[in-house]
Design a protein around this ligand. Structure first.
Ligand SMILES: [Zn+2]
Ligand SMILES: [Zn+2]
Length: 80
Protein backbone atom coordinates (compact mmCIF):
# COMPACT_ATOMS: atom_id res chain seq x y z
CA UNK A 1 0.00 0.00 0.00
CA UNK A 2 2.76 2.44 0.95
CA UNK A 3 4.63 1.63 -2.26
CA UNK A 4 1.55 2.48 -4.33
CA UNK A 5 1.21 5.84 -2.58
CA UNK A 6 4.91 6.48 -3.13
CA UNK A 7 4.69 5.67 -6.85
CA UNK A 8 1.67 7.94 -7.27
CA UNK A 9 3.55 10.73 -5.46
CA UNK A 10 6.56 10.29 -7.76
CA UNK A 11 4.34 10.41 -10.84
CA UNK A 12 2.69 13.59 -9.54
CA UNK A 13 6.06 15.24 -8.87
CA UNK A 14 7.31 14.15 -12.29
CA UNK A 15 4.33 15.68 -14.09
CA UNK A 16 4.52 18.83 -12.00
CA UNK A 17 8.21 19.31 -12.83
CA UNK A 18 7.61 18.53 -16.48
CA UNK A 19 4.84 21.10 -16.57
CA UNK A 20 7.15 23.71 -15.01
CA UNK A 21 9.84 23.07 -17.59
CA UNK A 22 7.35 23.16 -20.43
CA UNK A 23 6.33 26.69 -19.50
CA UNK A 24 8.59 29.09 -21.36
CA UNK A 25 6.99 32.07 -19.72
CA UNK A 26 8.38 32.24 -16.20
CA UNK A 27 7.11 35.37 -14.50
CA UNK A 28 10.20 35.67 -12.30
CA UNK A 29 12.47 36.00 -15.35
CA UNK A 30 10.35 38.82 -16.68
CA UNK A 31 11.31 38.00 -20.26
CA UNK A 32 7.84 37.75 -21.68
CA UNK A 33 4.79 39.95 -21.96
CA UNK A 34 2.36 39.83 -19.02
CA UNK A 35 -0.54 40.39 -21.37
CA UNK A 36 0.07 38.12 -24.36
CA UNK A 37 3.10 36.00 -23.32
CA UNK A 38 5.22 37.14 -26.26
CA UNK A 39 8.96 36.64 -25.68
CA UNK A 40 10.60 39.99 -25.14
CA UNK A 41 14.12 41.30 -25.35
CA UNK A 42 15.48 43.35 -22.48
CA UNK A 43 15.84 46.47 -24.64
CA UNK A 44 12.23 46.50 -25.83
CA UNK A 45 10.16 49.48 -24.69
CA UNK A 46 6.89 48.05 -25.96
CA UNK A 47 5.66 44.54 -26.59
CA UNK A 48 5.85 44.13 -30.39
CA UNK A 49 2.84 41.85 -30.32
CA UNK A 50 0.20 43.62 -28.22
CA UNK A 51 1.90 47.05 -27.76
CA UNK A 52 1.87 46.76 -23.98
CA UNK A 53 4.16 49.38 -22.48
CA UNK A 54 7.17 47.74 -20.77
CA UNK A 55 9.31 50.70 -19.85
CA UNK A 56 8.87 54.25 -18.71
CA UNK A 57 11.07 57.27 -18.83
CA UNK A 58 12.65 58.25 -15.54
CA UNK A 59 11.75 61.79 -14.51
CA UNK A 60 15.12 62.20 -12.84
CA UNK A 61 17.61 61.16 -15.53
CA UNK A 62 15.46 60.50 -18.61
CA UNK A 63 16.57 56.89 -19.06
CA UNK A 64 14.15 54.17 -20.01
CA UNK A 65 13.61 51.85 -17.05
CA UNK A 66 11.38 48.87 -16.35
CA UNK A 67 7.79 49.98 -15.78
CA UNK A 68 7.58 47.82 -12.64
CA UNK A 69 10.53 49.44 -10.89
CA UNK A 70 9.48 51.84 -8.20
CA UNK A 71 12.89 53.44 -8.02
CA UNK A 72 15.29 54.37 -10.80
CA UNK A 73 18.53 52.36 -10.48
CA UNK A 74 20.51 55.12 -12.22
CA UNK A 75 19.60 58.24 -10.30
CA UNK A 76 17.49 56.83 -7.42
CA UNK A 77 14.51 58.95 -8.36
CA UNK A 78 11.34 57.45 -6.92
CA UNK A 79 8.37 56.99 -9.17
CA UNK A 80 5.90 59.77 -8.55
ZN1 LIG B 1 2.29 41.53 -25.38
ZN1 LIG C 1 16.72 58.05 -13.24
Amino acid sequence: MMITVFIIAVIFIYFFMKHEHACVCDGSLNNCCNICGYTLKQEYNYCPNCKEKLKRKCKGCGRMIDINWRKCPYCEQYRS
